[in-house]
Design a protein around this ligand. Structure first.
Ligand SMILES: [Zn+2]
Length: 257
């Protein structure tokens, strides 16, 4: 992770909004990089400061007068009662709107790039996090088998769909097993393949109809991610395998679909 990435992600880190993989990486970078350490400290101090009651302040009289003058002239000739009501409204508005506007401006200055990432990017992050988790824990496989006729039926009754399971051993990508995983708030099939020492996770779940068949290749934290739609299935392929070989593997999956 470089400083640019860290600077974007440290906002989410501070608010505890990152997934496991991002959170660990940004934490590590902040600890190791003096520049980002001080930036993170400044960010934290700024957040504390923004929460401070003393930071709120009364709008100056001149601004109140300006807002009052900007209101439609017709209402000025109304009764005193109405005017004093309106005066109170102006005061209330100035008291709340001005600090809010300042807060919004600060937010724009502080976090211009911390806007919500695109849905697809979020999904890619989730897929990478699941891949990393499957390698870290001793939970790479629920069913360890190189036989597609063992792996496919294993999913029966565990999922409300039947994922296509193929072995690509002849092409150098043997199937080694499968497991249940959880992506986008739903149970999905995870097929595990191997290529040399590299593990490939293929996450599959039915498309919701509107999904495109276009594939996207994205690199997340040194992992390559590829998305494709095969036989009505949303397929996410993730590995630390280089892009060229992962492409080849994705091509094999696509050819079977
Ligand atoms: Zn840095």
């Amino acid at each position: 992770m470089n400083c640019d990435d860290a600077r974007v992600l440290m906002h989410g880190h501070l608010d505890g909004e990152l997934d496991l993989a991002d959170d660990l990486e940004v934490q590590r970078h902040i600890e190791e990089c003096p520049r980002c350490t001080s930036e993170y400290a400044a960010l934290r101090a700024m957040r504390t400061r923004l929460k401070d009651e003393a930071f709120r302040f009364e709008a100056p009289a001149a601004l109140k007068e300006k807002i009052r003058r900007a209101l439609p002239a017709a209402t000025i000739s109304r009764s005193n009662g109405y005017q004093s009501q309106r005066g109170a409204w102006v005061q209330r508005t100035a008291r709340f709107v001005v600090p809010m506007a300042i807060g919004a401006m600060l937010a724009l200055i502080i976090a211009p790039r911390a806007m919500a990432p695109a849905l697809n990017q979020q999904l890619a992050n989730e897929v990478v996090a699941s891949h990393v988790r499957s390698l870290m824990a001793t939970h790479l496989m629920d069913v360890a088998s190189t036989d597609q006729h063992t792996v496919k039926p294993w999913f029966n009754g565990k999922l409300d769909f039947s994922p296509p399971v193929n072995d690509f051993v002849k092409d150098g990508f043997p199937l080694v097993g499968g497991r249940l995983d959880y992506i986008e708030g739903r149970p999905v099939a995870a097929l595990v393949y191997q290529h040399g020492k590299h593990v490939i996770n293929v996450f599959m779940w039915p498309t919701t109809g509107t999904a495109t068949s276009a594939e996207r290749i994205e690199t997340e934290h040194g992992y390559n991610v590829e998305q494709l739609t095969v036989a009505g299935m949303n397929c996410w392929v993730v590995s630390d395998l280089n892009q060229l070989e992962l492409d080849k593997f994705a091509g094999l999956i696509r050819a079977k679909g």
